[in-house]
Ligand binder design. Structure first.
Ligand code: NAD
Length: 437
């Protein structure tokens, strides 16, 4: 099939590359000229495991084309996917101005029937706004599909290639068939497409993200209680997760959720509720409780060093909002570092992929290292903020030798309490007893 994807960010580039990998011809359109130039040279602007190979292969085969010219995409494609950003506006609502701008431009370019598919996360009612806007600008027939994306950064290619489900919101049976054909290669074992009306599809995305954020937040609150009462949150996590009604996903104790989706989508859901007189009280509580979880971990470190002479120097491992991404948007790790900087601490940081983006988000106020061990030299403590795989089995001897004294604050519960004890490390984690030397 001939497909155009508008907005070549984390969602757009992965979707375009995976659709091309399935044999479709994909035109990728982005307003960012530098990004398009880089992609045309084979340089991938984001870190996402497995993405570089499929982008380069499909580009070489001519199935993946990058341009800033929307006209090329609209002229040559039956389906036009919208994957532009929908950031939070100041009032918490989702800012869909780019979606509307792009829709208007598409309307002006339409010469033949097209299917416009929204992958971006858009509030309920965007379906009507976009269809009304396009209908007012052109007589050409078109269909609109709400197809919210559920991929996770860090496993986006895998998620797109083997989705748990695909939500297709359309009222037109012929369009359903075409969407089924497009997604067929990604669900060969069983059909996991869930068809519904566009309004319910829009709602499904917000409900899913808020539900996941709620699980994380619940576990973080339970962890705080565990710490107070002497229970071990890791045992509790395994204990509740093994109940098949609950499951293990999104139950890891940590420093609060973040990233480019959960915080903004919860804000937008609360805003939508307020607009139509429905109090989203659970979502509001999740938002507040998450802010407390983020604060709690930073406070532990600040309290530890209060009254110390001179500026504490901290080695930080991890700036990305989670492992396997370079994305630092609303990263709880960045929030924690900001808090530490505000309290006069000096930060020497390492992240396998997010060093550059992290330093930019912190206005260059931290020192970035290419190697986690070099960041430790002479530091007062190691602070772990992202759950990168390479942090899980470190050389503890080297950590002990390079720090001023063996002291770790672990916001991701990466280490076994017995192991750190064996190395004589003073260790503070989340929802578990402190290990004292
Ligand atoms: P992003 O910021 O990484 O990418 C957006 C892209 O759109 C950028 O490359 C930008 O240059 C481009 N763009 C902006 N204006 C444009 C225009 N007028 N014409 C063409 N391109 C334009 O955003 P993202 O993280 O990929 O998210 C996109 C949407 O998908 C959001 O609504 C988000 O909520 C949703 N989503 C994101 C994820 C995720 O994990 N990042 C997962 C599911 C859904």
């Amino acid at each position: 099939m001939k497909v155009c994807v508008v907005g070549i960010g984390y969602v757009g580039l992965v979707s375009a590359a995976c659709l091309a990998e399935a044999g479709n011809d994909v035109v990728c359109v982005d307003i960012d000229q530098k990004k398009i130039e880089a992609l045309n040279k084979g340089v991938i602007p984001i870190y996402e495991p497995g993405l570089t190979e499929i982008v380069q292969r499909n580009k070489k085969l001519g199935r993946l084309v990058f341009t800033t010219d929307l006209k090329t995409g609209v002229e040559n494609s039956l389906m036009i996917f919208l994957a532009v950003g929908t950031p939070s506006a100041e009032d918490g609502s989702a800012d869909i101005s780019t979606i509307l701008e792009v829709s208007e431009s598409i309307a002006q370019l339409l010469e033949d029937y097209r299917i416009i598919v929204t992958k971006s996360t858009v509030p309920v009612g965007t379906y009507k706004k976009v269809t009304d806007l396009i209908s007012a600008k052109t007589e050409v027939k078109f269909d609109y599909v709400s197809n919210p994306e559920f991929l996770k950064e860090g496993s986006a290619v895998e998620d797109f290639m083997r989705p748990d489900r695909i939500i297709i919101g359309t009222k037109n049976p012929a369009v359903r068939e075409l969407m089924k054909q497009l997604y067929g290669p990604f669900m060969r074992q069983s059909n996991r497409i869930v068809f519904m009306d566009p309004i319910s599809a829009e709602m499904t995305k917000y409900a899913a993200n808020t539900m996941l954020a709620t699980r994380i937040t619940f576990m973080n609150e339970i962890s705080e209680l565990c710490e107070q009462l002497g229970a071990d949150a890791e045992h509790v996590r395994r204990g509740i997760g093994s109940d098949s009604r609950i499951g293990h996903s999104f139950l890891f104790p940590g420093i609060g959720f973040g990233g480019s989706c959960f915080p903004k989508d919860i804000r937008a859901l609360i805003y939508s509720g307020n607009k139509c007189g429905v109090q989203m009280s659970l979502a509001k509580t999740v938002q507040d409780a998450n802010a407390k979880s983020q604060d709690r971990f930073a406070r532990k470190i600040v309290d530890y060093f209060s009254g110390s002479v001179g500026k504490p120097v901290l080695a930080v491992w991890g700036l990305a909002f989670k492992a396997k991404t370079d994305d630092v948007r609303e990263s709880p790790a960045i929030n924690c570092v900001k808090r530490l900087l505000d309290n006069g601490m000096k930060i020497r940081a390492y992240d396998p992929e997010a060093g550059e983006s992290g330093a930019a988000a912190l206005d260059g106020k931290i020192e970035i290292f290419d190697n986690g061990y070099d960041a430790l030299d002479g530091a007062d403590a190691l602070i772990i903020l992202t759950d990168w795989q390479e942090f899980r089995n470190p050389n503890f001897e080297s950590i002990c030798r390079r720090l001023k004294k063996p002291l770790i604050f672990d916001g991701r519960n990466l280490y076994d309490l017995g192991v750190v004890k064996k190395f004589g490390i003073e260790y503070y984690s989340v929802g578990r007893a402190a290990v004292l030397p």
